[in-house]
Write a protein that binds this ligand. Structure first.
Ligand code: FAD
Length: 264
């Protein structure tokens, strides 16, 4: 039976989120949240592995207490247990300290054969977490996976989507995978699983309950990223449409405008 970890992240609705110009952080308070869509594709890939080979799926997220709703959503579509890493000292974490915290928590949960991540989050969107986690787990990594062909003998064979074609790769377990969304469209929960997910126990790990956690490696102190400045991009001047109905007049106007702007 395969022991599988799926990393999921709750994100603010990116259409409604704004930046704090003072701190350079996202202002998440009061903004509706959702589960990072690409993480649902990663979970679907994990669930298919579980259905084919047998396995146990642990969901893990680092976030505020409300991230519990993301874990419940994922429990409803195939997760077996869920762990939330939460506590004030984890706040302000960049990818370096987030990956550290996730791996320290995961070490308490067992040895994982497979770890699944989304390709990137829709908010931070650095795409760094998967590689950092693979390194910290001492796992091999297959990114952009479009199909899992075979898992046997401590190895996994999978197809990767490249810009111009597809590649078949083989890697040792433990292996961390990110998946292509098209082939791993997330499923809807059935009623029984949905109701069970509402009552499921969510294990919460804090800075006080994660074994061997070094406080200077989490949250702000553990973060290598500094945001010195943040600003909205300057929008270009809106364009003009010249359409009088007469090509001759349109060209005349266009030429006058170009001369006015010093372009000709
Ligand atoms: C200076 C600074 C301050 C920040 N402060 C905060 C803050 O206070 N609160 C906050 O929430 N974020 C904060 N962030 C953002 C946070 O660092 C990133 O969101 C986080 O490290 C993950 O990076 P990403 O979103 O780019 O992940 P990506 O690398 O784009 O994500 C890839 C995959 O990694 C997994 N993953 C990513 N994040 C998590 C997670 N938290 N739990 C489980 N799996 C995950 C998911 O599977 C995801 O699809 C801050 C960033 C910076 C630079």
């Amino acid at each position: 039976m395969l022991n599988i970890l799926v990393c999921v992240k709750q994100i603010p609705d990116i259409d409604l989120v704004r930046m704090d110009p003072e701190t350079g952080n996202l202002v998440r308070e009061g903004v509706p949240t959702l589960t990072n869509p690409l993480d649902l594709n990663a979970l679907e890939a994990a669930v298919r592995v579980k259905e084919r080979y047998g396995g146990h799926i642990t969901l893990i997220t680092m976030g505020p207490p409300m991230a519990e709703s993301t874990l419940r959503e994922c429990l409803a579509v195939g997760g077996d247990e869920a762990v939330l890493i939460s506590g004030r000292p984890f706040g302000g974490a960049d990818t370096l300290s987030t990956s550290y915290s996730i791996v320290k928590a995961a070490e308490m949960l067992g040895n994982f054969d497979l770890i699944f991540c989304g390709k990137e989050s829709m908010d931070g969107a650095t795409g760094q977490m998967a590689s950092q986690l693979a390194e910290r787990f001492n796992a091999s990594q297959i990114s952009c996976c479009s199909k899992i062909e075979e898992i046997s003998g401590g190895k996994i064979r999978a197809l990767r989507t490249l810009e111009k074609g597809t590649e078949l790769v083989e890697a040792d377990l433990p292996c961390l995978l990110t998946v292509e969304k098209d082939n791993f469209f997330g499923r809807l929960p059935n009623l029984e699983a949905y109701l069970a997910s509402k009552k499921a126990e969510i294990r919460v790990l804090t800075e006080n309950t994660i074994d061997g956690l070094e406080m200077e490696k989490i949250g702000v102190p553990g973060s290598g990223t500094i945001v010195p400045e943040i600003y909205a991009p300057k929008l270009p001047e809106p364009g003009q449409i010249i359409k009088t109905g007469s090509v001759k007049t349109d060209v005349g106007r266009l030429m006058s405008l170009l001369v006015e702007k010093g372009s000709v």
